[in-house]
Write a protein that binds this ligand. Structure first.
Ligand SMILES: NC(=O)c1ccc[n+]([C@@H]2O[C@H](COP(=O)([O-])OP(=O)(O)OC[C@H]3O[C@@H](n4cnc5c(N)ncnc54)[C@H](O)[C@@H]3O)[C@@H](O)[C@H]2O)c1
Length: 388
């Protein structure tokens, strides 16, 4: 079997906890080369994950390893444009961690470079690959909650949680390199997930992103973000993210004309309950229920209750998707399949650029105090971001 040969630029935390293990778990993908400006990180990753070569200079990696089928970019956001464009221009497929870039112009530059080179560009928005969110999308598509009209995605998590326990470097604390925090680190996930689940791109944005809690000496990044989005299909959605809550919590809610879907993870909702819950107001006979709902509808009295009723009793149904394969294993299987079968990734470059447009629109909305229409007409530079 011919294996896909992969290179990784940036051997830090997300490479270590997500990309390397996912690659190692795939029989048709191999880690060919790694690169990190910190030699010890590159060499450690090469040894641990058995890469054939390690580099401190990505240009050298690209020129020496002409055989690469794909490169992962897991460097801080400021470098995504430079690295993404170089990989695309070398004719290699590219998977770039979120956020795709720090400004709208940077993001579209990467998309254009990938399109011009004819390579696949995928963005590492892994929330779409959580099983509970994939099931939510499948159920919503099947019509169980009718027309999706309102949505909300939240992610509240102190920046120290990741910074002190998981990250390899401290770029998150510096808006010059990170581009933002509540909006573009955690918010990147929430925005992308809502665009997908609401079923349409965003038409206009109203938002606040500000530093309200963390001391300036610790970080000048925004630590509080609320974002209102009106989508092209008239749906309305809302993002709430922060970097100061001492406990991690996250929810996604979809409100449709005929029902409601909520997702989280059992560890990140305070009830430590099911990762997915669905209520449908539609009249279903038992045999007409979408398979996922039929499987998880436990009888309240006995099985016949559902089977003999004209339409099944209306109530919340809790669903428990399998924990494995996990989100990154799903994401990686999808990326490899897109390369092998020449299909478009679920989280395309355009999706990544659209999410960056929303983030930049929030910063613009902070300045103007009003709604900002998409697509943006000018480049928006986040506060303190150092565009070279
Ligand atoms: N999808 C997710 O849930 C998720 C989670 C964590 C991080 N991320 C994203 O992944 C990216 C990296 O974050 P991280 O937490 O792994 O950071 P990190 O600080 O742990 O690692 C970054 C690595 O990049 C290296 N690096 C920096 N500049 C470089 C350059 N010019 N060339 C080569 N290597 C360079 C650093 O030495 C470091 O090893 C960010 O875009 C972040 O938003 C995504």
């Amino acid at each position: 079997m011919k294996k896909l040969r992969v290179g990784v630029i940036g051997c830090g935390s997300i490479a270590e906890i997500a990309h390397f293990p996912s690659i190692a778990g795939m029989p048709d993908v191999e880690l060919a080369a790694v690169c990190d400006t910190k030699e010890e990180f590159a060499e450690h990753a090469a040894r641990k994950w058995q890469a054939k070569a390690s580099y401190t200079d990505y240009e050298k990696m690209l020129s020496k390893c002409k055989y690469l089928d794909a490169v992962v970019i897991a460097t801080p956001p400021k470098f995504h444009r430079e690295h993404g464009m170089a990989v695309a221009q070398a004719g290699v497929n590219v998977l770039i961690e979120k956020p795709l870039a720090c400004t709208n112009e940077e993001a579209w530059d990467i998309v254009k470079a990938a399109r011009a080179a004819g390579v696949k560009l995928m963005v590492g928005c892994d929330r779409r690959f959580w099983s509970q969110n994939q099931w939510a999308k499948e159920l919503s598509r099947s019509g169980v909650i009718g027309k999706v009209v309102m949505g909300r995605a939240t992610m509240h998590e102190h920046v120290k949680f990741y910074q002190d326990n998981i990250a390899f470097t401290d770029f998150r604390l510096y808006p010059e390199i990170a581009g933002g925090s509540a909006v573009s680190d955690t918010g990147a996930h929430a925005i992308d997930l809502l665009v997908w689940l609401m079923g349409a791109p965003v038409k206009r944005v109203l938002g606040i992103a500000d530093r309200r809690v963390l001391p300036e000496e610790y970080s000048r990044c925004d630590d509080t973000a609320v974002i209102m989005m009106e989508h092209e299909n008239k749906a309305l959605s809302y993002v709430s993210c922060n970097r100061f809550s001492p406990v991690v919590s996250q929810f996604t809610e979809l409100y449709g004309s005929e029902g409601t879907i909520m997702t989280s993870s059992d560890a990140q909702n305070p009830y430590q309950s099911a990762p997915l819950a669905v209520y449908t107001n539609r009249d279903y006979r038992h045999e007409e229920l979408p398979e996922l709902l039929r499987e998880y509808r436990w009888p309240q009295v006995f099985w016949a209750e559902d089977i003999i009723a004209d339409s099944v009793q209306k109530r919340w149904v809790s669903l428990y998707p399998p924990r494995e394969p996990n989100n990154y294993a799903n994401l990686w299987r999808h990326f490899a399949d897109c390369i092998i079968s020449a299909t478009e990734p679920l989280t395309s470059g355009e999706d990544g650029a659209h999410a960056v447009e929303v983030m930049c629109a929030v910063f613009r909305s902070m300045e103007t105090g009003s709604w900002v229409d998409l697509p943006l007409q000018q480049e928006v530079i986040p506060p303190y971001y150092c565009r070279d």
